[in-house]
Design a protein around this ligand. Sequence first.
Ligand SMILES: Cc1cc2nc3c(=O)[nH]c(=O)nc-3n(C[C@H](O)[C@H](O)[C@H](O)COP(=O)(O)O)c2cc1C
Length: 158
Amino acid sequence: MSNDFDPRALRNALGCYVTGVTIVTTMTPEGPLGMTANSFASVSLDPPLVLWSPARKSARFPAFEAASHFAVHVLAEDQRPLSDAFAKSGLEAFDGLAFEHGLGGVPLLNGCVARFECIQSAGHDGGDHLILVGEVKRYLGSDLSPLVYHRGSYAALA
Ligand SMILES: Cc1cc2nc3c(=O)[nH]c(=O)nc-3n(C[C@H](O)[C@H](O)[C@H](O)COP(=O)(O)O)c2cc1C
């Protein structure tokens, strides 16, 4: 499959879609791993399924592809530094960061708007990304205000 789209123009058009910001975490033999991701989406209520898409070219991709469990943290508006840290580095971002161990030993961060602990249940081809589906086994939500992402920049709800 190929096309003549200008990648930057396509990226700009896709960036018109407003999203929240999440950090997806998992446990690896090298330690806790995380990645900032806005590809998160809800899929199904019964069974409870969510998805997100790691890029195949990411250094973190093999660990997320192989993971049996992952957790999705929906970030609060004051967690932009965490988003920046986990966009830059997968392992070092945990240095000095407090976390608990959830299902499957997955690192759990606090202070987020919502959190979903999942068993990885399927992977689907998504071009240069992999669509990973998780079955939600535990979750929490709150009334905190979310961090928002739009046209390549952070924002907050008015
Ligand atoms: C707001 C935001 C959303 C992102 N969403 C995704 C995503 O859904 N999937 C993905 O693979 N990378 C996403 N990234 C990029 C990763 O967080 C990270 O920068 C990238 O994996 C770096 O490459 P590396 O894993 O090789 O270090 C996002 C970054 C930002 C700042």
